[in-house]
Design a protein around this ligand. Structure first.
Ligand SMILES: C[S@@+](CC[C@H](N)C(=O)[O-])C[C@H]1O[C@@H](n2cnc3c(N)ncnc32)[C@H](O)[C@@H]1O
Length: 391
């Protein structure tokens, strides 16, 4: 096939691009040079060129080799007998179709592919599109060309950041880890974590819990596809689940008081590490009322958005202090920039020395009095008699 010279020029001078060659007759003819790298038996059905590498796909496998001279590689790929080239640039897509008699070139709007920028590369993600193709493929985060879907770019950043945090959190624990994911959904995070830890030689048993049977079945299927035999997913409420003795309990965006249930379950099972990123905080937001607080605090509650944010902060700081009372070193942190998700706070805790029957912390008592609220976690972990009542 022939690529217009102007297009070759655009590709070779672009920072990011992807060119997919497909529709070869019986798989592309294979040069000696390619055979030396990938093996003579490989007959690719599709070849994808990136600025730094070429990926050859058969119906079962993919092979990657680095690109040394971009122009030469691109020109050589046009000689392999493929009939279609799909060029993705940041500003447009170009489709080139070659038949025996003619070549048609169609320019299209840019397709929905997330471009990893040089900034992303510099950050050295723990999970990368190149090294963790299988993981991202099974999680449904990539296209058939192995490119990250735009719709998944926030999830990708979130998972990368959280997995990095979790790997650091369990670094000083034993070789064998029991990880529990509460309100796991499709378990993108815990599967990615188990994948990365296994790759690093740790032995991971993973338990995922969710009330929704569809997501549980999907998570279990993905675990099998990823070759994680020690990953088990169960349909259950968090309250009714048996966590065993977890090294790490995580709960990412478990709805409303399900985050409280996760904290309760984690503390009761004396989990070594907790990572809980709450979602909506309706329970405390509903209790907050301007008429119940002292006059100087009322302006903070007169608009919906400030009441909502305040509700989040009050809930999370009380949760943190309750967890601290049980002997955890606990902090609230931002786990990803606000532009990616408004629910970007994580409660991160490590057990130092478990306290069996702690008194209700004074900070919690004061906060509940001040705001006239009573978060679920207080009653569930510290008992109903110790907390001031909320009407
Ligand atoms: C927003 S999704 C988050 C899923 C996943 N953790 C993630 O971040 O991709 C919340 C999940 O929590 C589950 N869930 C909510 N309340 C629950 C409860 N009380 N017990 C178990 N699962 C619960 C829902 O079924 C849903 O799958």
């Amino acid at each position: 096939m022939t690529l217009p010279e102007s297009l070759i020029e655009e590709v070779t001078s672009a920072d990011v691009f992807v060119v997919t060659f497909s529709k070869g007759a019986k798989g592309a003819p294979w040069t000696e040079d390619d055979a030396a790298v990938f093996g003579p038996a490989v007959r690719p059905l599709r070849i994808v060129l990136h600025p730094d590498r070429t990926e050859a796909f058969t119906d079962r496998q993919s092979f990657t080799k680095p690109v040394e001279d971009l122009r030469t590689t691109l020109e050589r790929l046009t000689l392999l007998g493929f009939r279609q080239a799909h060029v993705r640039l940041q500003t447009k897509d170009v489709q080139v179709l070659s038949s025996q008699h003619r070549t048609t070139v169609r320019t299209l709007p840019p397709s929905t592919v997330f471009w990893e920028t040089s900034h992303d590369h510099k950050k050295r993600h723990l999970i990368s599109v190149e090294a963790d193709r299988k993981l991202l493929d099974v999680l449904g985060m990539t296209t058939s060309d192995g490119l990250l879907r735009t719709s998944m770019s926030d999830k990708f950043r979130q998972i990368n950041h959280l997995v990095k945090m979790l790997v650091a959190d369990v670094d000083d624990l034993g070789e064998t880890l029991h990880v529990v994911d509460l309100g796991c959904g499709k378990a993108y995070l815990s599967l990615a974590l188990a994948w990365v830890l296994t790759r690093r030689g740790r032995s991971v048993s993973l338990l995922g819990v969710d009330v929704n049977p569809h997501v549980v079945a999907e998570a279990q299927r993905m675990a099998w596809e990823l070759g994680l035999p020690d990953a088990r997913f169960v349909v259950s409420t968090i309250k009714d689940s048996d966590l065993g003795r977890p090294d790490l309990v995580l709960a990412l965006h478990a709805c409303d008081t399900a985050s409280d249930d996760a904290l309760v379950a984690a503390v009761r099972s004396q989990a070594q590490r907790l990572v809980v990123a709450p979602c909506c905080h309706h329970a405390v937001q509903r209790q907050l009322s301007a008429s119940q607080v002292s006059p100087e605090l009322r302006p903070l509650l007169s608009d919906g958005i400030t009441r909502e944010r305040l509700g989040d902060i009050i809930t999370d700081t009380i949760r943190r202090d309750v967890v601290r009372a049980f002997g955890y070193d606990a902090h609230l942190e931002e786990f990803i920039a606000l532009e990616h998700t408004a629910k970007n706070i994580v409660l991160r805790a490590r057990l130092t020395s478990f306290v069996t029957n702690p008194a209700i912390p004074e900070t919690v008592v004061q906060s509940m009095k001040l705001w006239h609220v009573r978060p679920v976690v207080v009653d569930a972990l510290l008992g109903t008699t110790s907390a001031p009542a909320v009407s």
